[in-house]
Write a protein that binds this ligand. Structure first.
Ligand code: GLN
Ligand code: ZN
Length: 781
């Protein structure tokens, strides 16, 4: 074997620091407790540590400019000077103040934490609102949406890529700078005029990119990584043309600079021809999501093209079976030659936690099956060594990996025959309610006896400092189980009394006992595990710690029944039971990779089905199964939508359909763009769905109208993402708009999401007004 080492890259690394140092530094700076130089110093130290660690582990294509103070798409907007006029930027380098104004608005903590740190809305009372934020492809990372004007001009307004390249160089690290590609960047953006195509700005944008590339080359960069994840989407010819234009220009302007073109999050599919004909030096492929594309790429890539094989999963936390990967890599290497192959994770490691070494409390077996970013780098280096010096040179590491894979395949902690048997025995009838909706509706009306325009809330009430303090004290052992329980019961009782007092129709217990809508259930389900430090970035300085679904999922005991039935015992009004649905339980977790997602989802659905029927048996006549993640689970390619929607809808129905007709099933979703999936929403057949529409002034109800959605709907009339208290009149107006579009007897009156992030001072008057609004509509009809 030749001894020339394979190039090992990481494509990008987590930014927050192993102890979330960046979060603390940002929050201190935002609150005025520290200066910008302190923030920048911390950021530089994190970058230096990151480079040093990669170098020490044996990574050879170390990225720079993968770091960001907030978001790499926002960094790109700053780089090209795409700053909407509202931010008052007058040219020159974009100051930190402007950058954070775009990220957070100019009024304090702008990102309303309305929806579980999984992203969504912004608070903005006065001042300039932040840019819109949305999900980065199918990850749970959220980027700041670029906003373009039709007469948009671009200029080089941030030298961050060049500065960070130089910074690394000064520390002795030769790096491969990372840029977000111009075509993906434009496609992620939007303009106020919906008819305007951001891609039409390509010609104006490219000179700025060329300028940046020139400066990088002038400073010594020989390779640059340019990310174009749009290459895994369904593309039109215009976009393919744009890719040719951009990379053609780069090759022409900088013939000596080598570009590693990096698509990720799926298969190139019919874009393969485009990808392999672009005039670039290297092409990366995602072999975790799309292992099957290796042969096609090997067959069609021109001889001189360097291939970066994304062989280690950058989106999940599982340890690789290295010997099995070598079986796939060795023939590729033989075919292609070692100087034309690089090893990489499937995508940037931004989406996995940093280091497993800190998880000292995890079950030892499970821990042995996991790999976070540091372990993934070690895996890549081991693979590289094996391919260079032979498998024997890393014999111990390969053996350990094989043993872990074997243990995971056979462990009783993972495989539960009872769960598998039950999942295999699911019949179509189990996923259908006993009678069609019109029949159920009659029985539910008789059972619940609700007024027209019934009022309810989405589930949670404010998680006050007191509630969080009690939970923390309980977790520390400073508050006994019984004292904690008594405290929660007092909170619940107070919430129930208050809801009765203001005249809500369907009450909730308030979810005071819950830390998070997924974690709370995951902690009570078999097959789920939780880390101590497994944070990943959700947006800006907000990180989440997704649970890990490692084994067959089952419900050892009832999870919510005692809370709901206690709450129901306090009142004559219907008490709504509150659950997180199977699809959301799946998508807000790291999911095992040894079973299809559909299968894991079915297991969760069965566990929830038991909870639903237990609630019913305990006298709960209204049960809400939240599914905020159904839409975000949509695959990137439209062709994959039907299969996904089919299993997702079936899982929801399986969880919901074990009850009698008279039991009313609600669901809730935190958004209102239903055009693409309205038929599936209909197929879920929930008796009542609550959605977010207050901010769109009910226009987004149109999907339901066009579809003639037959069941009941609660279009949110109170925007909980803002501290503002809506007036009675505003909500009456919204309800009138809804009543113009839907049949009035379909309409429920509720806020657009849970109230956990709000303060009681805001919630009290808002809900009093909401009830008054409902009463006005009742008396008018
Ligand atoms: N029932 C949950 C709550 O009210 C729903 C939250 C959500 O949809 N994100 O908090
Ligand atoms: Zn919601």
């Amino acid at each position: 074997m030749s001894s020339q080492s394979l190039v090992i890259s990481t494509l990008g690394t987590p930014r927050m620091g192993p102890r979330r140092e960046l979060k603390a530094a940002l929050e201190h700076f935002w609150s005025g407790q520290s200066s910008s130089s302190q923030l920048l110093e911390t950021a530089a130290a994190l970058r230096a540590a990151n480079w040093a660690r990669q170098h020490a582990l044996g990574v050879t294509a170390i990225p720079s400019n993968d770091f960001s103070l907030y978001d790499h798409v926002l960094d790109t907007s700053a780089m090209v000077g795409a700053i909407p006029p509202a931010y008052g930027w007058t040219g020159g380098q974009v100051p930190l103040e402007t950058y954070f104004a775009m990220a957070r608005g100019t009024q304090g903590d702008a990102h309303g934490d309305g929806c579980d740190g999984h992203g969504h809305g912004h608070d903005h009372e006065a001042g300039v609102p932040a840019l819109e934020m949305t999900k980065w492809f199918d990850t749970n990372y959220h980027y700041m949406v670029p906003e373009f004007a039709a007469d948009q001009v671009f200029s080089l307004a941030s030298l961050k890529p060049v500065e960070e390249y130089r910074e690394a160089k000064a520390l002795g690290f030769e790096t491969r700078p990372v840029l977000l590609g111009p075509v993906t960047y434009l496609k992620l953006g939007k303009s106020k005029d919906p008819a305007f195509d951001p891609l039409s700005l390509l010609g104006a944008l490219l000179p700025v990119y060329v300028d940046v590339l020139r400066r990088l080359a002038a400073n010594g960069a020989t390779w640059v990584q340019i990310d174009e994840p749009c290459l895994v989407l369904d593309l039109d010819d215009g976009t393919r043309q744009a890719l040719h234009e951009a990379y053609g220009l780069f090759a022409h302007a900088l013939p000596d600079l080598k570009i590693m073109l990096v698509p990720y999050f799926g298969a190139l599919g019919e874009n393969l021809v485009t990808a392999v004909t672009l005039p670039v030096a290297g092409l990366h492929i995602d072999l975790a999501r799309a292992p099957e594309q290796l042969d096609a790429v090997l067959a069609s890539a021109p001889q001189g093209l360097v291939l970066s094989l994304g062989i280690i999963d950058g989106r999940n936390v599982w340890r690789a079976d290295l010997a099995a990967l070598l079986d796939r890599l060795e023939p590729a290497l033989a075919r292609r030659g070692r100087d034309h192959i690089q090893l990489a994770p499937s995508c940037s490691m931004l989406h996995v936690p940093i280091d497993l070494a800190r998880e000292t409390e995890l079950d030892a077996d499970l821990r042995d099956w996991l790999a976070f970013s540091v372990q993934k780098m070690e895996e890549l280096v081991t693979l590289g060594t094996a391919l260079t010096h032979g498998r024997a040179s890393v014999g111990a590491a390969l053996e350990a990996s094989t043993k872990a894979a074997e243990a995971r395949r056979t462990s009783a902690k993972v495989h539960d025959p009872a769960v598998q048997g039950r999942a295999a025995a699911v019949t179509p009838a189990m996923a259908a309610r006993q009678s069609p909706f019109p029949m159920r509706r009659k029985l539910q009306q008789a059972a619940l006896n609700l007024p027209a325009f019934p009022t309810t809330t989405i589930g949670s009430f404010p998680q006050t400092a007191e509630v969080r303090k009690a939970r923390a004290a309980h977790a520390r052992g400073a508050l006994s189980d019984s004292d904690y329980e008594a405290f929660l019961q007092r909170e619940t009782e107070a919430a129930v009394r208050w809801q009765e007092e203001i005249g809500l129709d369907v009450l909730v217990h308030g979810e005071f006992e819950r830390n998070d809508m997924v974690q709370y259930f995951g902690e009570q389900l078999a097959g789920y595990a939780f880390t101590r430090h497994g944070w990943v970035q959700s947006y800006g300085s907000r990180y989440v710690r997704p649970p890990i679904i490692f084994g067959d999922v089952s419900r050892p005991a009832a999870m919510t029944v005692r809370w709901s039935s206690h709450a129901q015992s306090l009142t004559q009004k219907p008490m709504k039971g509150m659950l997180t649905g199977p699809v959301t339980m799946l998508f807000w977790s790291f999911v095992r990779d040894d079973l299809p997602k559909a299968e894991v989802c079915r297991q969760i659905a069965l566990a929830l089905r038991d909870e639903v029927t237990d609630l019913e048996a305990a006298g709960i006549g209204v049960i809400q199964i939240d599914e905020p993640a159904i839409r975000e689970g949509l695959p990137l390619r439209r062709g994959d939508w039907p299969a996904y929607l089919d299993w997702a809808v079936t899982a929801f129905r399986l969880s919901a359909s074990g009850v009698r007709d008279a039991t009313q099933i609600h669901t809730h979703m935190c958004y209102s763009e239903f055009n693409d999936i309205i038929a599936s929403i209909g197929a879920m057949d929930a008796d009542v769905i609550s959605i977010e529409t207050s901010r769109s002034k009910m226009e987004l109800l149109d999907a339901f109208v066009t579809y003639r959605y037959p069941n009941e709907i609660g279009p949110g009339v109170y925007d909980i993402h803002s501290p503002r208290v809506p007036t009675v009149q505003e909500m009456v107006d919204l309800l009138h708009r809804a009543a113009e579009r839907l049949s009035p007897d379909q309409i429920w009156v509720n806020p657009d999401c849970g109230l956990k992030t709000r303060k009681w001072e805001e919630v009290r008057p808002a809900l009093v007004n909401m009830v008054a609004a409902a009463r006005q509509l009742r008396s008018a009809t």
